[in-house]
Design a protein around this ligand. Structure first.
Ligand SMILES: Cc1cc2nc3c(=O)[nH]c(=O)nc-3n(C[C@H](O)[C@H](O)[C@H](O)COP(=O)(O)OP(=O)(O)OC[C@H]3O[C@@H](n4cnc5c(N)ncnc54)[C@H](O)[C@@H]3O)c2cc1C
Length: 475
């Protein structure tokens, strides 16, 4: 193989799409079915500075402001710039984005100073874009229901992957490996993510020698409806952009609904019960733009055009991950990570809504460009040695600890107590370790015992081969 891409979310598919112009010798692997991914479930849309009232500078500033001191400014500049380029390319190639008259429609979400979110099929952006990319990838090979078990790494270079399908374990050698395996917010019991989002591939990369960082920064989505059958329905931020309000049990508003997610989520957990109310919005708009959500909620007995919908926050987006550059290059030669599995420091301590799909597109494009330049130079090699396949053990008790003690509001004593109960070396252990060490409140990380920001923590916590260190942010 030239390239094995692990993950069929938007970052993996878009990388395959861009690479397919240079080689057809690509294999895309997914743990479940091809469309079981966070990407497929993404609703709100993609943030991009294409509006006449917008600019790259505004998008840059909003991203930096949300990131609360920890964004890598140079990378954010490049991100908004390449982001615009890549979305315009997609629009020109015919990707199915919604239009208002002849123009691409733009909406506003929390933390954005102007309308800059593009959509497809109302709130079915992820599904439509995934399907569009799959259709465009007729010549690429897919292997579904296949799990990454290990990476073939020797002398700091990757040679392929070890996979499992049913009971069969096998290797595939390739010149390049791209991990596009998504985040790990599915480790929480209260989560908006599919069951596949547990970070096992992130842990495999760590065991192969890569650095993990920023694991304490987990973004919670403020408005999730929990159905009696345990289904979780995310009520898109866009509806608050269109005017929906949040009410407490006394029927009072308690927060500016257009605030960033961290502030809205924190305000919600301090209330007893919270409801989202969209009855003040034009019914026609709801039925047109949110028909999917309207129908889902109707199934559970709620009318979005007039009822108060009970909501709770849930773990949603994993800001940290494998330390990598914007083009996905990592500390291991020919091994790339793109999309939510990576930590590029673009989001700083808090991701601006709808910047993640843009990050998937930007990283995938830059990664494909980098690989295409090296494709002819790198030779395929099959190497033999006995890799240890490390099992990734996460117990239900450990996941419960995350929900109880490392949710939206954290405190040192509880973090310490929980850490003592964690027996396995896994991501949960390091989420707790980092959350305990960050004795301040910044972005999505809120410590009730350290409620203020502290410049001493303008740094990134990292772990490599069991050793926890911190890297100061460049000023
Ligand atoms: C409900 C919901 C709504 C969202 N809405 C928005 C939005 O509107 N705008 C926005 O910008 N962001 C949104 N996000 C976040 C965004 O969807 C994700 O950040 C993004 O889709 C991540 O894409 P990805 O390609 O990195 O990974 P994913 O889409 O998560 O795909 C991961 C892939 O890796 C595979 N995989 C994982 N582990 C393994 C393994 N061990 N072996 C083999 N395969 C593996 C999975 O099967 C899957 O195919 C939303 C997230 C959720 C959950």
């Amino acid at each position: 193989m030239d390239v094995v891409i692990v993950g069929s979310g938007i970052s993996g598919l878009f990388c395959a799409y861009k690479l397919s112009k240079f080689t057809k010798n690509i294999l895309v692997i997914s743990k479940g079915s091809i469309n079981l991914s966070n990407s497929y479930w993404a609703q709100g849309g993609i943030a991009v500075a294409i509006g006449s009232k917008d600019s790259l500078e505004f998008h840059y500033r909003d991203t930096i402001k949300a990131g609360d001191g920890l964004c890598d400014e140079e990378r954010v500049k490049k991100f908004v710039h390449v982001g615009k380029e890549v979305v315009l390319e997609l629009i020109n190639e015919g990707a199915p984005f919604d239009r208002d008259n002849d123009e691409i429609g733009l909406s506003i979400e929390g933390g954005h100073s102007v309308a800059r979110i593009i959509h497809s099929g109302g709130i079915q952006t992820g599904k439509n874009l995934t399907n569009y990319l799959i259709q465009s990838l007729k010549e690429v090979n897919f292997l579904e229901n296949t799990k990454l078990l290990g990476l073939i790494v020797k002398n700091n270079r990757v040679y392929g992957v070890i996979l499992q399908r049913d009971n069969e374990i096998f290797r595939i050698y390739s010149k390049f490996v791209v991990l596009a395996t998504g985040g790990a917010s599915g480790l929480y019991l209260r989560t908006t993510n599919p069951y596949t989002a547990t970070g096992d591939a992130m842990f495999i990369a760590y065991k192969s020698g890569l650095t993990l960082e920023n694991l304490e920064f987990i973004q919670f989505h403020p408005t999730v409806f929990f159905a009696p059958d345990n289904s979780r329905i995310l009520i898109s931020e866009a509806i608050r952009g269109d005017g929906a309000i949040l009410l407490n049990e006394k029927g009072e508003r308690f927060i500016d609904e257009k605030e960033t997610r961290d502030k809205v989520s924190r305000a919600i957990v301090l209330q007893n019960k919270v409801y989202l109310y969209a009855g003040n919005i034009d019914k026609g708009l709801i039925l047109e733009k949110y028909s999917y959500l309207y129908n889902l909620l109707k199934f559970y007995g709620y009318d979005l055009t007039k009822d108060k919908i009970p909501i709770k926050p849930s773990a949603h987006y994993f800001i940290g991950g494998i330390k990598s550059n914007l083009d996905g290059t990592t500390e291991i030669k020919n091994l790339y990570t793109i999309g939510e599995v990576s930590s590029t420091r673009i989001h700083g301590a808090n991701r601006l809504a709808s910047n993640s799909l843009l990050e998937c597109l930007v990283m995938a494009k830059l990664c494909a460009m980098d690989i295409s330049k090296k494709l002819k130079r790198v030779k395929l090699r099959e190497i033999y040695y006995n890799e240890n396949i490390e099992s990734y053990v996460v117990s239900h008790e450990e996941r419960e600890l995350l929900d109880r003690y490392c949710f939206i509001i954290r405190d040192g004593d509880n973090l310490k107590r929980a850490l003592k109960k964690i027996k396995n070396e896994n991501l949960i252990k390091y989420i707790f370790e980092f959350a305990l060490r960050r004795e301040e409140s910044r972005g999505v990380h809120y410590r009730i015992d350290f409620p203020n920001k502290d410049d001493k923590f303008l740094c990134y916590f990292q772990v490599k081969r069991g050793e926890i260190t911190l890297e100061k942010k460049k000023t």
